[in-house]
Design a binder for this molecule. Structure first.
Ligand SMILES: CC(C)(COP(=O)(O)OP(=O)(O)OC[C@H]1O[C@@H](n2cnc3c(N)ncnc32)[C@H](O)[C@@H]1OP(=O)(O)O)[C@@H](O)C(=O)NCCC(=O)NCCS
Length: 236
């Protein structure tokens, strides 16, 4: 059975508030009125800056970009994703960071990943390989876990702990959902550092050099990041 958000959890919920040198912020559920702002942030800056996307040059490949947008847009409907917005009641919320989230359950039907698109095959194929580096269900003895398909912070807000606080907000979210583990493939040195700070542990790591030998080639990516990692956080 695909996971659905229990109706007793108020929507939207604000999971966390914090202050940064640029002002007060909050992490809340991503509501329908913010879907387009979130998609715009992901489409503009994730594709520009996330290392595999950047070095393969996804912005030059409309069909691969469309696949990536589909990967983000589908889970938004599940009402499990998080955004960080400026915490100012006087104006409409401005999205400064997004984390697209979904829950994977043990019984979920899993189709092997296949695509005709050569660029998408490289991008998603590499993430798929890393995500399978460890069996999360077995390792943690759980039947479901929270995972993510996209984390991005607006460039003007980077270094203000938005990434860290988005990851940390998964803790109250998981507690409310009665989920004991969150696991994610972190493809960027920056996100791996932030995840480590949030308490995530490395479960599986493969260098981009090794990935290239398996056919997943992101020319020059090692200037930015050495490896792709599956990391997880057990919710106490
Ligand atoms: C990754 C990302 C979400 C981090 O967001 P952020 O809000 O800037 O993160 P934070 O402010 O919480 O933390 C940044 C920390 O990472 C560190 N950092 C930045 N780049 C780094 C790198 N290449 N290697 C190691 N650490 C790095 C910073 O020094 C900072 O640590 P500090 O607080 O100890 O100084 C943001 O850089 C981003 O949107 N990148 C583009 C998209 C992307 O790569 N997403 C992740 C895909 S898994």
């Amino acid at each position: 059975m695909p996971f659905t958000r229990p109706s007793h959890i108020p929507f939207p919920t604000t999971w966390h508030r914090f202050s940064s040198p640029r002002g007060s912020l909050r992490v809340q559920d991503l509501t329908a009125d913010l879907h387009e702002s979130a998609m715009e942030l992901l489409t503009t800056y994730f594709t520009r800056d996330e290392p595999p996307c950047k070095y393969i040059g996804i912005q030059k490949y409309p069909s691969a970009l469309a696949e990536l947008q589909k990967l983000w847009r589908e889970p938004l409907k599940e009402n499990l994703s998080l955004v960080c917005v400026e915490d100012n009641e006087d104006q409409p919320p401005k999205v400064v960071g997004v984390n697209v989230l979904t829950v994977i359950c043990k019984g979920d039907k899993e189709e092997p990943f296949q695509t005709e698109d050569k660029i998408w095959a490289q991008l998603f194929g590499a993430v798929d390989l890393v995500s399978k580096g460890v069996d999360i269900f077995e390792m943690y003895g759980v039947d479901k876990y929270l995972t993510a398909y996209g984390l991005v912070v607006h460039p003007e807000w980077r270094g203000c702990r938005v990434g860290l606080e988005l990851l940390k907000a998964r803790i109250p979210l998981c507690k409310a959902l009665d989920i004991k583990v969150t696991a994610t493939v972190f493809t960027a040195g920056a996100s791996q550092a932030v995840a480590k700070k949030a308490g995530f542990k490395d479960l599986f790591e493969i260098s981009y050099q090794e990935l290239a030998k398996k056919g997943f080639i992101f020319p020059g990516v090692e200037q930015d990041t050495k490896s792709s990692k599956l990391m997880a956080l057990a919710i106490e």
